[in-house]
Design a binder for this molecule. Structure first.
Ligand SMILES: [Cu+2]
Length: 199
């Protein structure tokens, strides 16, 4: 096995462990794990106004007409975020021309460090269809809340900090309504077949 596949395996392992952790967090925060009811589904997502990595304002209205993926993270994330961005980039590559009909939003939960420039630098390693969004801490917190995303600053012994955060990818339809969590634990073909249903 090549070093690269070992690295990817390790990264996916960390990603899965992170997902399990995130679901555990959701369980703790939400107090239960169940299939979302219709009212809960309707309550995921909502209006927002943030700024992308090129300094452009992006609102929920700009996304109308195309399905999109949304996930929350931060550029200093050691494993879950880079793995997710890598895998979503693979999906966009596999979509070919249809990639222009889908959007993916990476919304920072660390606006203190993730300004537009930090997002631009970070996203330059990934597929150009990815938008990195940031904003005032209050605006970011409000969007995270509307997606029921948990995040928390965790101090590190070196004086810095990291962020705990929910790692669910949300699939939203053309009307901006939540469809389902978007799983990356399947082949790229299966993932893009799922996305194409909402084009
Ligand atoms: Cu992360």
């Amino acid at each position: 096995m090549s070093t690269r596949s070992v690295r990817i395996l390790l990264a996916s392992g960390a990603f899965l462990a992170g997902l399990v952790l995130c679901f555990a967090v959701v369980l703790l925060v939400g107090g239960r794990v169940s299939t979302p009811t219709v009212s809960q589904v309707a309550a995921i997502g909502g209006p927002f106004r943030l700024t992308d990595q090129d300094g452009r304002t992006v609102t929920d209205q700009d996304l109308k007409g195309r399905p999109f993926l949304v996930f929350f993270g931060f550029t200093h994330c050691p494993d879950i975020c880079p793995t997710t961005l890598f895998e979503v980039s693979e999906i966009f590559r596999a979509l070919g021309p249809d990639a222009d009909k889908v959007r993916a939003l990476f919304i920072t939960v660390d606006p203190e460090r993730d300004d537009t420039k930090a997002l631009k630098d970070y996203l330059s390693s990934f597929d150009p269809h990815l938008s990195g969004l940031t904003g005032e801490p209050d605006a970011v917190a409000a969007v995270a809340k509307s997606y029921r995303v948990y995040f928390k600053k965790v101090p590190l012994s070196d004086g810095g900090y990291t962020m705990d955060h929910t790692a669910i990818i949300y699939l939203m339809n053309k009307e901006g309504r939540f469809v389902a969590p978007f799983s990356l634990k399947r082949s790229t073909d299966a993932a893009i077949a799922d996305l194409r249903k909402y084009l």
